[in-house]
Design a protein around this ligand. Structure first.
Ligand SMILES: Cc1cc2nc3c(=O)[nH]c(=O)nc-3n(C[C@H](O)[C@H](O)[C@H](O)COP(=O)(O)OP(=O)(O)OC[C@H]3O[C@@H](n4cnc5c(N)ncnc54)[C@H](O)[C@@H]3O)c2cc1C
Length: 388
């Protein structure tokens, strides 16, 4: 009997399966994952795993026998390449066809890559999967390396912090005029610039590159738009992700920037739901539908999707939140700071606990807290959904 097929055995996909069983779902659940691993946590990839403080097996979301015990058929190394909405089947890369009653698309995203000359050379890395970190760690062996991190977003900065603490020479190249420009306001960017600078990381802001230089198809550095060359032994590209939506989009499901879903996580085809990094969701804390990339978001949407399938009330909307660890800075962010028009600093930006409160039309909409958990918890209670 065709039950639920979940495409993507990551944080969101695993949670859908778990929540379905917790809610009493009795039909078959087939959890298909393209990677070779059972569902695992991604946040440690650029933190503890890269630092060697945790091992691959410790990232698993559940013990290996959990899925069988729950009656969840987990298939790793199983990539879905097509969806037939009329027949209600998915096509796998090995040619197998599987039928569904409900399909949950939880395929996350893949690391965005550069297209400039040299971008495919050996020594160019991204950080999205366990295999990516294994390849990067392998390339880092053999002493002090010169590493360029392209992109001053959270993942690039976390990797820069880990590698600097391991003694590597690290340069961050960022096209914008400040770090974290897409996700925070200037005072937070400044704190991170100072922290990395104090640790000896070189930071090149407002810098665009024209090519990666290579020798024998191995990276030797970067050529900037102004012609300057920066030598490097390896390069980490941290410029965001592209949602994995192609098989669904090809099947005619609405996928503008991610799979467009409603508040019940149903796509333009009501038998197909989408959750996690690949879902464009009408988050009650955002003015417009938004595609968020965080663990809490993946878990919340998975619970909503499971409730939709079960026909039970959806969980109350939770405030979006996120964290990042770099050096001794523990950032916790709550709310969505888009279109803020006023900032309110709390605490000491020069080394002490610090928080930045974001307002829009005098309403608190978001907060970034550095080593200030009490403020984070307080703001989470104060920030309300749009229109409340
Ligand atoms: C290095 C790194 C650090 C992060 N740090 C944080 C953090 O500190 N805090 C935080 O909140 N979030 C963090 N995140 C983001 C968080 O991990 C993601 O938001 C979360 O993993 C999203 O879960 P997901 O299930 O939607 O997608 P994913 O975890 O990406 O899982 C999707 C799975 O689907 C598989 N898949 C894709 N296409 C197919 C297909 N066609 N067929 C079958 N399977 C397919 C993929 O291989 C993947 O295994 C981090 C992410 C990364 C990469």
């Amino acid at each position: 009997m065709a039950g639920t097929i979940i495409v993507g055995a990551g944080q969101a996909g695993a949670q859908v399966a778990i929540s379905l069983r917790q809610g009493g779902y009795r039909d078959p659940i087939l959890l298909l994952g393209a990677e070779a691993y059972p569902p695992y946590e991604r946040p440690p990839l650029s933190k503890e795993l890269l630092a060697g403080k945790r091992q691959t097996e410790q990232l698993a979301l559940r013990k290996p026998d959990f899925y069988t015990a729950q009656g969840i058929t987990l298939r790793t190394g199983a990539r879905v390449t097509g969806v037939d909405r009329a027949a209600k089947t998915v096509l796998l890369a090995d040619g197998e066809v599987a039928a569904f009653h409900q399909l949950v698309w939880a395929a996350g995203g893949r690391a965005r890559r550069l297209t400039c000359p040299g971008a495919d050379a050996a020594g160019v890395h991204v950080i999205r999967t366990i295999d990516d970190v294994a390849a990067l760690s392998n390339d880092l062996t053999g002493g002090r390396r010169r590493v360029i991190v392209i992109g001053g977003g959270y993942i690039g900065l976390e990797a820069a912090a880990v590698l600097r603490e391991q003694g590597h020479a690290v340069t961050i190249v960022e096209a914008q005029d400040r770090l974290l420009a897409r996700v925070t306001a200037p005072p937070i960017s400044d704190i991170y610039r100072q922290a990395h600078h104090a640790k000896g990381v070189l930071i090149r802001l407002g810098t665009t590159l024209s090519a990666m230089t290579t020798q024998n198809d191995r990276i030797t550095g970067l050529r900037l738009a102004d012609g300057e060359e920066i030598p490097a032994d390896l390069i980490i590209v941290g410029i965001g992700i592209q949602p994995n939506i192609e098989p669904l989009a090809d099947a005619g499901v609405e996928c503008p920037n991610g799979v467009r879903v409603d508040a019940a996580c149903r796509s333009s085809d009501p038998d197909i739901l989408a959750v996690g990094d690949c879902a464009l969701f009408p988050n009650p804390y955002a003015v417009d539908p938004v595609r968020l990339e965080s663990v809490p978001n993946a878990v919340e949407q998975a619970r909503i999707a499971a409730a939709s399938i079960l026909g039970t009330p959806a969980p109350a909307p939770a405030i979006p939140w996120f964290w990042s660890n770099q050096y001794n800075l523990r950032l916790q962010s709550a709310g969505l700071n888009r279109d803020w028009d006023r900032l309110e600093p709390v605490g000491n930006p020069d080394g002490g606990p610090f928080a930045l409160r974001y307002f829009r039309q005098d309403r608190l909409i978001a907060v970034d807290c550095i080593n200030m958990t009490a403020e984070f918890n307080q703001a989470k209670r104060e920030i309300l959904p749009v229109g409340c």
